[in-house]
Write a protein that binds this ligand. Structure first.
Ligand code: ATP
Ligand code: MG
Length: 141
């Protein structure tokens, strides 16, 4: 998919968000400024959340009050080798809601039940190329 503006990315994410169910876990790959947070904002909107969504870089996890609950991770600053349970990454807890993960690379070889993988590539200042892969509950290695 090609998105020619932030708005196009956001609008696609709103529609994509509407398809998500509790227990889904969306891994958002892409460099700094690719649009992972723009995508997250749209997904949350699609799931009915009207509040503000920002990159939780300094807190690692934001939990937004919504039905279903929304869990937004930014793992950028996670120390190599950190244990995910230390940052609230508890599968039973997260399975109640929808989880969005920026910088999922930090998971390294720790398993997460990623159901959707979105990769965003910066083509030019305003153009992004995005791909969506479905894992159908398969475990990511
Ligand atoms: N087509 C586009 N889609 C999404 N964002 C775009 C697009 N064109 C320009 N932008 C701009 O790119 C930036 C994306 O920022 P965003 O915070 O979403 O990135 P990020 O991937 O979350 O980065 P970080 O790793 O720092 O958290 C915004 O400033 C947005 O306006
Ligand atoms: Mg971000």
């Amino acid at each position: 998919m090609i998105f020619n503006s932030e708005e196009e990315t956001y609008n696609w994410a709103v529609e994509f968000g509407k398809s998500l169910k509790p227990g889904d876990m969306v891994a958002l790959y892409g460099n700094l400024g690719a649009g992972k947070t723009v995508m997250s904002r749209g997904i949350c909107k699609g799931l009915g959340f009207e509040g503000s969504v920002c990159s939780p870089t300094y807190t690692i996890l934001h939990e937004y009050p919504n039905d279903p609950p929304l869990f937004h991770f930014d793992l950028y600053r996670l120390e190599p080798g950190a244990e995910l349970y230390e940052v609230g990454f508890d599968h039973d807890y997260l399975s109640r809601g929808i989880t969005l993960i920026e910088w999922p690379e930090r998971l390294e070889n720790q398993t997460a039940d990623v159901t959707h993988k979105i990769t965003i590539e910066i083509i030019s200042e305003n153009v992004r190329k995005a791909t969506l892969e479905l894992f159908d509950g398969a475990r990511q290695k």
